[in-house]
Ligand binder design. Structure first.
Ligand code: PA5
Length: 376
């Protein structure tokens, strides 16, 4: 087990420099915004099926898997009250039937090789959607070069999930560039500055007794975190669950208010020894609506004394975007400290790699490649 107050040992255990990169997220956000501003959006893309005109979208869709797509959920939660078009988050092979011409589909795969995402790309093009891709390379980059679909190239060589700034903030820029929202770039830049002020407080050099992220990681040791969010922190709860899975290598689950009050809450009637395995991590905001605050407080009363721990992360910042990203930032860093405290490598995800290798025999990427060639 690595002691969280030994920065030298931590640096050694965090071989791929995840923590160090998180300290540089503010700069990565600015860079991601610049890259998204700079890519050229064509007037049209031609396929054998017809001409796709890039105009004002009627639907904003985001397609991808895992760490590549979580930004789509967060965007949808944060901007729900202000976007003039629906947001559709597409996971899995293909797209829902209502995603067609008139939809802007941002296809995201950090590696560029995720088969479900490649199928979604080909399907979007076949249906005549306006497509933009975000990737660090792989098949997806190759498909863009072949078809003329605009490509936002992001720096490679890292884990998808730590590259969140490059996969999420460009979505805000695209919304603005396509005239679907205003003021997002400014909010994104403010968010970067908020993280800059948080980085040092959460960083590896700051000792555990003055470091909220280290403190939370130590509290969560030996428990299964149940992460609960609401509204603009709803998908952040899911993100944290996935980070505990992938970085900390532990089971973890998430839910949100008020939905969990209508089913999951009954699970808290279980035997004490069963419930002791769990910790509850509540995502909080000073701006939570009164009915949500009441639900959180009532649920907290139930969980206290039953769960092994009941913990909270309070959002920072003045916009929903800042609040969501500030909680995500703390939670992500907690999950890395938890990995180091548990003596596991936060970077490698062997089970995902093995699963992907097992799927390769179906040659789905090759089939998509053929389908793309037939389209151009
Ligand atoms: O975080 C991860 O590494 C995974 O969840 C991946 O994001 C997921 O497997 C999809 O791969 P990619 O992001 O390369 O498309």
């Amino acid at each position: 087990m690595v002691l969280l107050d030994d920065p030298v040992a931590m640096r050694k255990a965090d071989e791929h420099g995840m923590l160090e990169f998180y300290m540089r997220w503010p700069d990565a956000i600015h860079e991601a915004i610049e890259r998204a501003m700079a890519i050229e959006i064509p007037d049209e893309v031609r396929t054998r099926k017809g001409i796709i005109k890039y105009g004002q979208p009627e639907l904003f869709a985001v397609a991808g898997m895992g760490g590549s797509i979580i930004g789509g959920d967060i965007l949808s939660d944060v901007l729900q009250g202000e976007l003039s078009v629906p947001v559709q988050v597409c996971r899995g092979y293909g797209l829902p039937a209502w995603v067609g011409p008139g939809a802007l589909v941002v296809v995201i795969s950090y590696s560029g090789n995720t088969e479900e995402t490649l199928v979604a790309f080909s399907e979007a093009l076949k249906r005549g959607c306006m497509v933009i891709a975000i990737t660090s390379g792989g098949h997806l980059a190759g498909f863009c070069r072949k078809t003329g679909v605009p490509l936002l190239a992001v720096p490679g060589g890292r884990a998808t999930r730590m590259s969140f700034p490059y996969l999420f903030f460009p979505l805000l820029v695209f919304l603005e560039r396509f005239g679907l929202a205003k003021g997002l770039r400014e909010r994104a830049e403010k968010t970067a500055e908020l993280l800059r002020s948080m980085a040092e407080e959460l960083g590896p050099e700051r000792p555990a007794q003055e470091n909220k992220a280290k403190e939370l990681a130590l509290e969560l040791m030996g428990t299964i975190p149940l992460v609960y969010g609401f509204k603009w922190l709803r998908s952040v709860a899911y993100r944290l669950k996935t980070q505990f899975n992938e970085n900390s290598k532990i089971p973890s689950f998430s839910n949100w208010f008020p939905a969990m009050n209508h089913h999951e809450i009954v699970g808290w009637e279980a035997e004490e020894e069963l419930l002791r395995a769990f910790s509850v991590l509540l995502l909080r905001s000073r701006n939570e609506p009164p009915e949500i605050r009441r639900r959180i407080e009532l649920t907290k009363e139930i969980a206290l004394g039953k769960a092994s721990k009941v913990l909270e992360i309070w959002a920072k910042g003045s916009s929903k975007l800042e609040e969501a990203v500030s909680v995500l930032y703390v939670g992500d860093i907690v999950s890395i400290y938890l990995a180091l405290a548990r003596g596991v490598d936060p970077y490698r995800t062997r089970s995902i790699d093995a699963l992907k290798a097992g799927m390769a025999e179906l040659k789905i990427a090759e089939k998509v490649k053929k389908a793309i060639e037939e389209l151009i």
